[in-house]
Design a protein around this ligand. Sequence first.
Ligand code: PAF
Length: 283
Amino acid sequence: MQSVESVEALRQQIKQWRSEQLSIAFVPTMGNLHQGHLSLVNRAQELADKVVVSVFVNPLQFDDKSDLSAYPRTLITDLEQLESVACDLVFTPTADVIYPNGMEEQSIITVPGMDDKLCGQARPGHFDGVATVVAKLFNMVQADVAVFGEKDYQQLLLIKKMVSDLNIPINIIGGTTHREESGLAMSSRNQYLTKQQRGDAAGLYQSLLVVKEQLEQGEEDFSALEQVAFENLQALGFVPDYVDIRRADNLEQAKIGDKSLRILAAARLGNARLIDNIACNLA
Ligand code: PAF
């Protein structure tokens, strides 16, 4: 596995592969890799001849600077894990490579309709930071396809919209959420949980499943379902931001008669802000 820090070295390898008519898949990450990330790499391997993974903790997407400094940086083990799944190339740029003129001088991408709801409301500027760095990484890597985890469902839809709005020639694929045995969605942020909280954290997923079951049984009072789930999370010790039933295609508020839904939640437990979501397809 090759590891490069500069855009020039990255492009040189990409150019070589292109000259051999090889297709390229891309998995952007912020490192601190777990099984969920590795499953995205496996998915990428099914989609293209070569797989590029980036590891970059993007300062532009952190609305809270203490969150940025606490974010776990584990490059050596990340590289070992990527090697173990036969990733072809790892791109590990520094902030100077991504933002050579500083973040204040950086042109910013905003994805209207996707950036200010749900997690965007609780984390102002976060999705501008995500869209901007992902657009830059797409331009650097120039892959055919990129894989993003469905755990960050709003992020996945935001990237799909950005690619469509800006005519970026890349195909965006969602990778299934990887869960621990308890049902807790795998996340780098789970390590902020104590042992006890890690057990309790599965309550987030369980709450989503309860909402889904009620919807499947024909319950149509969406706001009552959201409210009950919200209070249930509070009773379990979470501080919820939201539990929402949305349309799966654009994250607009769901209405009676909508069939393809997504149930999404974000809640704090101790020092961790956890997010999760599940699909709900009504007949
Ligand atoms: O999902 C993440 O890890 C990040 O938001 C991403 C897509 C790598 C952009 O920094």
